[in-house]
Write a protein of this length. Structure first.
Lengths: 306, 438
């Protein structure tokens, strides 16, 4: 009994020592994609030490669940993820193995960025028929972080949650958020102006991952190069798509820069449209260092083609 | 080990409530200074352990609940079409096959290579269902995650492949797993059938680990070592039952309680090295010891009473993966796995060994080409004969949820006729999206 209570006391002391963080230490935030990492930095600035589990030139559906990421997660105070099952293929086992209570589901350090946005494309069909439509996301479309409205929503969630995790920095996070929103307001006006020629444009995209952007820029999605999400293109579908493009006067073919662009180029050329190989995440190219760079680059790709 | 888990949980509880009090005091102190901060942190109060303990938050809605009431509500309505909120993530996995163990009946048996439990059936060849698996996974509460994997191998009755809980909130980088589960020993042994690129398990499986691999009711404690690279140390104890097949020696098993505790103990050290962004190396060192069961030399043989010599199983596994992160370059990837183990029996029982090396190359987005070389009987002995196996497989994955596979294997050895094994295999997974382990 005495041994038991001693052991308990020892473990308790160890646990407190491990979980206590000195007030001056930075909050260690791990984001699943680089855009979320950048939004964290925009809001938290020097109060945070931010790392991203994936790179902007990777397909975020398929990140290698390397054990080294377990180590990164083990040391995190907070985990910020896209949610809506985008990371379902690789994140859950990493979080489980991290042995880090702070980032487990239900903990304040487990931050689902999708709680800051209005989710679109929630499939409204019986669950047993979902997979017949390909690898669709049953909780809604998770490719939401580019439109300014959503970046604003994500940043607000981040500021609130960081303030809860690090009360001493609350004023700093609110100031960071205000500065971000201020800059966003100015950029949004410029982006709207730059995108004006795109309004009403008929587009074809590779994966159904540009719907939020299409809504924002008032583009009309006519078709997708993938016959169904996650299913590689077939000759038959491609031929039908090209015919459809000619009929519906599609002007632009959009493909994420991490997908092979040769087929998209073929589709664009034969469908008499321009090809935009667009970045979808910060870090997709070395010059894209922030959320603002990302949106600038997306619009540049859309407006000028590539 | 379980008492350690309970103590750890207890410590965790006390720790949480102590912190809770401290946080309340802190918040009260801050309330005086900055009222705005306090109101902002009120929703997070719902994440305080005392309240959460009374009403466990359902998975998926938990994050929404802490992030503000409005958004939480919208997330819940998003969940609705997927089905009932509190059901665990369910999936069914099927592995069907068509093929034969050699052109002539009896050729395969003459090799003396017992098949693994989830290999295609030897007694009923032609069409077969290697395995039907039902998987359920869920968070249990804020402290545990749970999983149940029921399987029907070769249409021969329901088995529990795994059913366990894992802790998520122990201090000191500890994790406890308890229930019945696959040992962390080696690499292939940890994997379910549907994670593999070959129709059959390596030949060493039934010879050294047991028909169903090294698995059973037990407990595991693991810790992440405080090193700059990933290094995890596992310690396990199992109660391995008497084997179904008594025709050969089994490394572990038997129900006898002839010693104070007739358990099988294992320990594994797993280390990961990121050589470059696209090149990774996983190295495992493994050791296990327990009582062997030998019905061949014990007469009469009553499995629960057989007390074979103590056995020691040890060896290493090596896994190298090359996969460029940027798929624009190509979809090509390479996985190379090599495992080798030796078994030593106490009381002068000698040492026998077996292993394999396999490479899987992704040749296009949906095509995988695999080659495996098996070697058993190095050194050879009465229970592990010298045999060679060469296998090739071609896997086509139409989507993430289905696979078609062609598999051929040539088996032979000194003094036995060579045998060619061939199978066509189909595999599907329906239900929850599984994760891809590294």
């Amino acid at each position: 009994m005495r041994l038991g209570s001693k052991l308990t006391a020892l473990l308790l002391a160890g646990a407190i020592a491990l979980s206590a963080r000195s007030a001056s230490a930075k909050l260690r935030v791990v984001a699943t994609i680089e855009t979320l990492a950048d939004l964290c930095r925009q809001v938290g600035g020097d109060r945070l030490e931010v790392t991203s589990l994936s790179h902007g030139y990777q397909d975020p559906h398929f990140v290698e669940a390397k054990p080294s990421l377990v180590l990164t997660l083990n040391r995190a105070d907070a985990l910020v993820y896209v949610g809506l099952d985008l990371e379902i293929g690789w994140l859950p086992p990493l979080v489980q193995q991290s042995r880090n209570v702070r980032i487990q589901r239900g903990q304040p350090g487990n931050i689902d960025a999708s709680t800051g946005i209005k989710v679109e494309d929630v499939p409204n069909i019986p669950a047993d028929q979902l997979r017949a439509l390909g690898d669709i996301h049953p909780l809604g479309n998770p490719h939401y972080w580019i439109p300014p409205k959503n970046a604003r929503g994500i940043a607000r969630v981040l500021a609130q949650r960081f303030s809860e995790l690090d009360a001493a920095g609350a004023a700093g996070y609110q100031a960071g958020l205000a500065a971000f929103e201020h800059r966003l307001d100015a950029k949004e006006a410029a982006w709207d102006k730059a995108a004006a020629p795109l309004h009403g444009l008929h587009v074809v995209t590779y994966h159904k991952s540009w719907s939020y952007v299409a809504d924002w820029l008032k583009l009309q999605e006519v078709g997708y190069i993938e016959p169904k999400p996650g299913i590689p293109p077939t000759a038959n579908h491609t031929a039908q798509l090209i015919a459809l493009m000619r009929k519906s006067d599609v002007k632009l073919v959009i493909v994420e820069s991490f997908y092979p662009s040769s087929l998209a180029r073929f589709v664009a050329e034969n469908g008499h449209a321009r090809l935009a190989s667009a970045p979808s995440d910060v870090g997709a190219a070395p010059a894209i260092k922030s959320y603002f760079d990302l949106v600038d680059a997306v619009l540049a790709a859309f407006v000028s083609g590539q | 080990m379980l008492s350690l888990a309970i103590v750890c949980l207890l410590a965790q509880q006390i720790d949480q409530s102590a912190l809770d009090k401290a946080m309340a005091a802190d918040a009260a102190a801050k309330a005086a200074a900055t009222p705005a901060t306090t109101s902002a942190s009120t929703p997070a109060g719902s994440a305080a352990p005392s309240i959460q303990g009374a009403t466990p938050a359902p998975e998926g809605t938990a994050a929404g609940a802490t992030a503000g009431e409005e958004k939480g509500a919208s997330q819940q309505s998003v969940r609705a079409p997927g089905g009932s909120l509190l059901n665990p993530a369910l999936s069914f996995i099927l592995d069907g096959s068509f093929g034969y163990y050699g052109a002539h009946a009896g050729d395969f048996a003459a090799l003396g290579l017992p098949p693994a439990g989830d290999d295609p059936s030897v007694s009923r060849q032609g069409f077969g269902l290697q395995e039907i698996e039902l998987a359920a996974q869920s968070a249990i509460d804020p402290y545990f995650e749970g999983a149940v994997f029921l399987t029907i191998p070769n249409l021969a009755g329901l088995e529990v492949e795994e059913a366990y809980l894992v802790t998520t909130s122990l201090p000191l980088n500890l994790q406890i797993k308890a229930g019945t589960f696959r040992s962390q020993f080696g690499r292939n042994n940890t994997q379910h059938l549907h994670l593999q690129y070959f129709t059959r398990r390596p030949l060493m499986t039934a010879l050294l680990f047991g028909e169903d691999g090294l698995r059973g009711p037990g407990a595991q404690a693991s810790v992440l070592l405080p090193l700059p690279w990933f290094a995890a140390l596992y310690v396990e104890a199992f109660s391995i039952a008497a084997p179904d097949n008594l025709a050969g020696l089994s490394t572990f098993g038997g129900g006898a309680r002839l010693t104070p505790s007739n358990l099988t103990y294992t320990t594994e050290l797993e280390q990961f090295f990121e050589l470059a962004e696209s090149h990774s190396l996983l190295v495992g060192l493994n050791f296990a010891t327990g009582r062997s069961v030998d019905c061949v030399t014990a007469a009469p043989c009553v499995p629960v009473n057989v007390d074979g010599p103590r056995s020691f199983l040890y060896g290493a596994d090596l896994y190298y993966k090359w996969k460029p992160a940027n798929v624009v370059q190509s979809y090509a990837s390479l996985q190379w796995t090599t495992e080798f183990y030796a078994r030593t029996l106490a009381d002068g029982g000698g040492t026998e060994g077996a292993g394999y090396s396999e490479a899987v190359v992704q040749i296009a987005r949906r095509f995988y080409l695999g080659a495996r070389f098996d070697l058993t009987g190095l050194p050879s002995g009465p229970d592990v004969p010298r045999r060679y196996g060469g296998a090739a497989s071609l896997t086509f994955a139409p989507s993430e949820f289905s696979r078609l596979r062609l598999y051929a294997q040539e088996l032979g050895g000194p003094g036995v006729a060579a045998t060619t094994v061939g199978f066509l295999q189909v595999e599907y997974a329906m239900g929850a999206h599984g994760a891809h382990p590294f």
